[in-house]
Design a protein around this ligand. Structure first.
Ligand code: 1GP
Length: 251
C-alpha cells in the first residue's frame, strides 16, 4: 500500500456515495490472538478498516499487536493514537488527530510535533483529522485524559463551526466522538449540522451498540461509523456482523 492510498480510498468510497464501518481494537482490551480473531471476522463481514489505539495505553504489546493485525487482514490498519507513544511502523496509516473541540495545546499540536519525525521514519500515512469530543452523559476516558471539555450535545451550531474550521485548516476528515463506551451516542441533529457544512468525510463513533444506532448515524450523514466496545459484549460479534451488513447495504 502506497503512502496516500488510505485517504484516497476513503475519498473514492465517499465519491461513490457509499458508507463504511470501521472497528476499533484497543490493545488494552484484547490479547494478540483475540484481536487477530476479531480482525479476521471484521474483514470477513465487510468492515473496511481497523483502528488501533486508546486514550491511555496500559499494555506493552502495542507494536506486536499492530504487526499481528497487518499479518492477519488486508484491510487497512489505521492507528488511532491517544498520544505520540502509540506509533508503529507496521500500520498502513494513522489518524493524525487534532483535538479541536478542546483548547489544550498538547492535543492540538504538542503530541503532533513529537510524533512527526517518527511518522516520517516509519513511512506511515498521516491523515489530518479534526477530532471533536461530544458530551455523552458521563466523563469519558478521552475527556479525562485530554483534560478538555466536550462540545455541548444540544448546540449543533457550535459543532458545525468547529468542523468547518477543521475543513478550512485543511484537515482531511472530522471525527465526531462520544467516547468509547459512551452512555449516549453523538446526537443525529449534531451530525446533520456538521454534514451540512463540510464536504470532507465525517466519522462518528462512541457508544454505537446496535444496528438501529448505526443506521441513525448514517441517516444523519455519517460517512464512516466506528464500533469498538461492542466486540467485548455478549453477542457482540453477532451485532457487529449485523451492523457491518447494514452499513454495506446502505446507500
Ligand atoms: C471510540 O468511537 C470509538 O473512540 C468506539 O467507541 O467503543 O463505544 O464503540 P465504542
Amino acid at each position: 500500500m502506497k503512502i496516500g492510498s488510505v485517504l484516497s480510498e476513503i475519498l473514492a468510497v465517499k465519491q461513490k456515495g457509499k458508507r463504511s464501518h470501521w472497528v476499533l481494537l484497543d490493545p488494552d482490551d484484547f490479547t494478540i490472538e483475540q484481536a487477530a480473531a476479531a480482525a479476521r471476522s471484521s474483514q470477513e463481514n465487510g468492515v473496511s478498516a481497523l483502528l488501533v489505539g486508546g486514550s491511555l495505553l496500559q499494555t506493552n504489546h502495542f507494536d506486536e499487536f499492530v504487526k499481528s493485525l497487518r499479518a492477519t487482514v488486508t484491510i487497512p490498519v489505521i492507528l488511532f493514537p491517544g498520544d505520540a507513544a502509540q506509533l508503529s511502523r507496521h500500520a498502513n496509516a494513522l489518524l493524525y488527530l487534532s483535538l479541536i473541540s478542546g483548547r489544550n495545546p498538547v492535543n492540538l499540536i504538542g503530541e503532533h510535533v513529537k510524533a512527526a519525525p517518527i511518522i516520517r521514519q516509519y513511512g506511515i500515512e498521516p491523515i489530518a483529522t479534526g477530532y471533536m469530543l461530544v458530551e455523552s452523559g458521563t466523563v469519558t476516558s478521552v475527556e479525562f485524559m485530554s483534560d478538555t471539555r466536550p462540545l455541548p450535545r444540544a448546540k449543533p451550531g457550535i459543532a458545525a463551526a468547529h468542523a468547518l474550521a477543521a475543513q478550512y485548516l485543511g484537515m482531511h476528515m472530522v471525527y465526531l466522538e462520544a467516547g468509547s463506551g459512551a452512555a449516549l451516542t453523538v446526537p443525529s441533529e449534531l451530525i446533520r449540522a456538521v454534514r451540512s457544512c463540510v464536504d470532507i468525510p465525517v466519522i462518528v463513533g462512541g457508544g454505537i451498540r446496535d444496528k438501529a444506532a448505526a443506521i441513525e448515524k448514517l441517516e444523519a450523514g455519517a460517512d464512516i461509523i466506528v464500533t469498538g466496545n461492542l466486540l467485548q459484549k455478549e453477542n457482540g460479534l453477532e451485532v457487529m456482523k449485523e451492523i457491518a451488513e447494514s452499513v454495506r447495504k446502505y446507500s
